[in-house]
Design a protein around this ligand. Structure first.
Ligand code: 5RP
Length: 265
């Protein structure tokens, strides 16, 4: 691995091999998602507990202080919207030149395996890997499922993650699922998990973070289950302890409960 690429990746995945990434890229196809209407306000209290931030370039330029030293994993795909015809219809939306100008640590691109636009997303992701290699910028493949959340099982996600790694992803963002260890085992690069839509309780989100780490994930790249929580700071602190300190699920529940402050207005 080239020094530049290795160096950028090491800013995201810490020396213990783990990372807490905060995803705030949702607006690129969802618009002003609840509790991310004002990204600067949402991320400010969370940044001290975040290892890497995943925004779009628009939010990065307008809402993230350039004096910040946090590694950026830049959302570099789009072209779809929640009210459009097909969520899988994504292409590259950021040039590598602009990614370099933004001093990002990695670029992120969604691949939609088994969808109408599978071929297009696979080929575009491969091109992004090539371009990233020229500048030493690693690529994160996101194994996206669009609206078909029921697709998220070990058989399908193993296929997606392995294909992503074969195409040259330096790391992969996927979903937690039953038999997750099978997904990890067949993927030769680090895996981080998304949280998906807000789960019923914060404990449910802690559970998937804990179980994913226990079964071999290198970390999380969560959004809604952190900043849509009533207690986002308590959530990210607890998730951090799960990821970096390997705390048990019971300990995580206790930690979250004791960290919870008064509900926000
Ligand atoms: C969609 C994405 C999202 O934009 C986001 O990063 C997911 O985060 P979460 O599901 O934890 O809110 O990657 O494929």
């Amino acid at each position: 691995m080239d020094w530049g690429l290795k160096n950028r990746l090491s800013r995201i995945i810490k020396p213990d091999g783990r990372t807490v990434m905060l995803a705030i890229d949702h607006g690129y196809f969802l618009g002003p998602v609840q509790r991310l209407e004002d990204p600067s306000k949402t991320i400010k209290p969370l940044l001290p507990y975040t290892d890497a931030l995943m925004p779009t370039r628009g939010v990065l330029r307008s809402c993230v202080d350039a004096g910040n030293d946090i590694p950026i994993v830049l959302r570099a795909s789009g072209g779809n919207t929640i009210i459009g015809e097909d969520l899988s219809n994504e292409e590259v939306t950021v040039s590598m030149r602009d990614a370099v100008r933004l001093n990002v640590s990695a670029v992120a691109f969604s691949i939609y395996i088994g969808s109408k636009y599978e071929h297009q997303t696979i080929v575009n992701f491969s091109r992004l890997v090539d371009e990233g290699m020229e500048y030493g910028i690693p690529a994160l493949a996101v194994t996206a499922v669009g609206k078909e959340l029921e697709k998220r099982d070990a058989r399908y996600l193993s296929l997606c993650c392995r294909i992503a790694a074969e195409l040259g992803a330096s790391f992969v963002k996927t979903y937690y699922c039953e038999d997750f260890e099978k997904v990890v085992k067949s993927c030769p690069v680090p895996l981080v998990i998304a949280g998906g839509p807000k789960l019923k309780t914060d404990f449910d989100a802690l559970r998937i973070a804990h179980d994913a780490i226990e079964r071999g994930a290198s970390g999380v790249d969560m959004g809604r289950n952190i900043w849509q929580s009533e207690n986002p700071v308590a959530m990210i602190k607890t998730i951090r302890a799960i990821v970096h300190d390997d705390i048990s699920f019971d300990k995580a529940k206790q930690m979250l409960t004791s960290l919870k402050g008064p509900k926000r207005s």
